[in-house]
Design a protein around this ligand. Structure first.
Ligand SMILES: [Zn+2]
Length: 143
């Protein structure tokens, strides 16, 4: 610590307080920014880990409640999609309606993994989380 440093800091103490306030604001902004980046990365991490956790929920027991809620939201959204689709086709009578053949999401399917019925419009088995596509594939393959 030299004399010039001390003198300089003493002379600019008023200015220094203003600078420190500006610096604190800058640090605060950067920290907020980093925190937002972290939140985004956590969300991406969740998206990346979700398929694995859905098929192996025992890996993170703490995540099971969240998984259940996400799966319930998926099912609710897909049933809303179906409602939206039928609302649209009802308002546009010339549109070709989806046939209820296999592969359509409007049909109930018995889950080959757990025996639960996958409700019409649901993307996943409510009980075990197996996807409708996989359930239909395995059901067809078993015949
Ligand atoms: Zn199932």
């Amino acid at each position: 610590m030299s004399f010039t440093d001390d003198a300089g800091s003493a002379l600019s103490s008023g200015l220094g307080m203003a600078n420190r306030a500006g610096q604190a604001a800058r640090i605060g902004i950067e920290r907020t920014h980093l925190s937002q980046q972290r939140q985004n990365l956590m969300r991406e991490l969740g998206n990346v880990a979700y398929p694995t956790l859905r098929s192996h929920p025992e890996l993170v027991p703490e995540a099971q409640e969240l998984l259940t809620r996400i799966i319930a939201l998926d099912q609710r959204m897909s049933s809303l999609d179906e409602e939206l689709k039928s609302a649209k086709s009802a308002s546009a009578p010339l549109a070709t309606r989806q046939s209820p053949s296999s592969g359509a999401r409007g049909v109930a399917v018995v889950c080959p993994r757990c025996g639960n019925t996958i409700a019409p419009g649901a993307h996943f088995c409510m009980a075990c989380g197996l996807s409708r596509a996989e359930a239909e594939k395995q059901t067809r393959g078993a015949r």
